[in-house]
Design a protein around this ligand. Structure first.
Ligand code: FNR
Length: 398
């Protein structure tokens, strides 16, 4: 235990930002897993835009304002957050690290933020709930088995989840060519062919391979038990394959879930203003402006570029969150200045998890907090709740 801690601290010592964590994750993970996390759809244009468009926004500080300790805490849908951040739902995390979703939930609790626990987690939503104190939200995929889906909603309620986050941008799976090339998600099983094909990758990452083996090589996704054949949990492979008929969520499904869920309802994956409005008209309490981290439809705008249209369309009738491309504290500040209440953090948390499990995820959240504080101090802005368009330099027209 003590040795593991020292090892983790050593691995994290030089991780000063997301790029350091990504580089270290590359050294820890077999290529097919690194690419699963790092990759996007088609030419990855949207994935790159998500990050780059944040970089093109400029802050507008108030010089001469001394802000010793900026206030970062906020509240979203009744969930108190120590900073305006949640962890994004990411399936397959038990493959990245044996503690997977448990580690992320614990890290979120330690940092005083909320995890959005994925349907496609390697632990059941009950196991995640039992593993960490603190508020938690549950991400719901549409599953074609309606009774099963309602059962999942009920389980989330019984396990004390505060909000349901319904992902709406998964009509079918995105075209992730890195995954096809690596054979990830299609024939990822332990058999002779894969052992020969993937053996060399695994041999270069013995630490990961050992942990994965000791964890029993878990491919199953326990939350999907009501949807697999014979009531068995689905594997990531089956889940990806069953995409077309089981995942295509429609407004009809949002309305159905609204009927059976009394808690806060969030629709994740809207980009257009009228879609956001539609979600709110159906009873959503919040929307997440998101393109799934560029993993679904390539060629759509960066999340930060889509945000103003959604803010204008919703007009205060619901909370607005954003994910995609948030890498530094300055990005969080920019998203809030453009009208988001909080952001969800995806890949940086996963890289942290890969490098050092729970400690790595905590490290990424605390790095982000330090960066938000520094940005707010330098801007002379006393509280995240004060951020608005006046804190951004207007983009040059043209
Ligand atoms: C995801 N994302 C995702 N979203 C979702 O609603 N359900 C899911 O199961 C997953 N799975 C998943 C796995 C991995 C490895 C990644 C990287 C992402 C999308 C995620 O919630 C979020 O929208 C993006 O990750 C945000 O973009 P950044 O922060 O990664 O740039």
């Amino acid at each position: 235990m003590y040795v593991t801690k020292i090892r983790q601290q050593r691995r994290l010592a030089g991780v000063l930002n997301y790029a350091d964590a990504r580089r270290r994750a590359w050294k820890v993970l077999p290529r097919l897993l690194f690419d699963y996390i790092d990759g996007g759809a088609d030419d990855e244009l949207t994935m790159r835009d998500n990050v780059e468009r944040f970089g093109e926004l400029r802050l507008r500080p108030r010089t001469g304002e001394w802000v010793p300790v900026p206030e970062l805490s906020t509240e979203v849908l009744g969930t108190a957050l120590s900073m305006p951040v949640l962890t994004a739902p990411c399936g397959g995390m038990r493959l990245v690290h044996p503690d997977g979703d448990l580690a992320i939930a614990r890290a979120a609790a330690r940092a005083g933020v909320a995890p959005v626990v994925p349907s496609g987690g390697g632990y059941s939503l009950e196991e995640v709930a039992a593993s960490a104190e603190g508020p938690r939200w549950f991400q719901l995929y549409k599953f074609s088995n309606r009774a099963g889906m309602e059962g999942l909603v009920e389980r989330a309620r019984d396990a004390g989840y505060h909000a349901l986050v319904m992902t709406i941008d998964t009509n079918i799976a995105g075209n992730r060519e890195r995954d096809f090339r690596n054979g990830f998600g299609y024939d990822l099983r332990i058999n002779v062919r894969n052992a020969l094909r993937l053996g060399p990758q695994m041999a270069r990452r013995p630490g990961w391979a050992f942990r994965f083996w000791r964890d029993g090589m878990p491919f199953e996704l326990p939350n999907t038990a009501p949807f697999g054949s014979d009531g068995r949990a689905m594997s990531l492979t089956e889940m990806a394959r069953s995409g077309a008929e089981s995942f295509s969520p429609t407004w009809h499904d949002v309305a159905l879930v609204r009927k059976v869920w009394n808690g806060a309802l969030v629709v994740k994956g809207v980009l257009a203003g009228d879609d956001a409005r539609q979600a709110v008209d159906l009873g959503a309490d919040a929307v997440v402006v998101s393109n799934h981290g560029g993993r679904q439809l390539d060629g759509v705008p960066a999340a930060i570029d889509a945000l103003p249209e959604v803010v204008a369309a919703v007009g205060g009738a619901a909370e607005i969150l954003l994910d995609g491309g948030v890498r530094r504290g300055g990005d969080v500040v920019k998203a809030l200045a453009l009208g988001a209440k909080a952001v969800l953090l995806g890949r940086p948390i996963v890289w942290g998890l890969a490098v050092a499990g729970e400690a790595g995820a905590v490290h990424m959240l605390e790095l982000l907090r330090a960066q938000i504080i520094r940005t707010m101090c330098l801007m002379g802005c006393p509280s995240v709740t004060r951020l608005g368009a006046e804190w951004l330099w207007e983009r040059p027209r043209g």
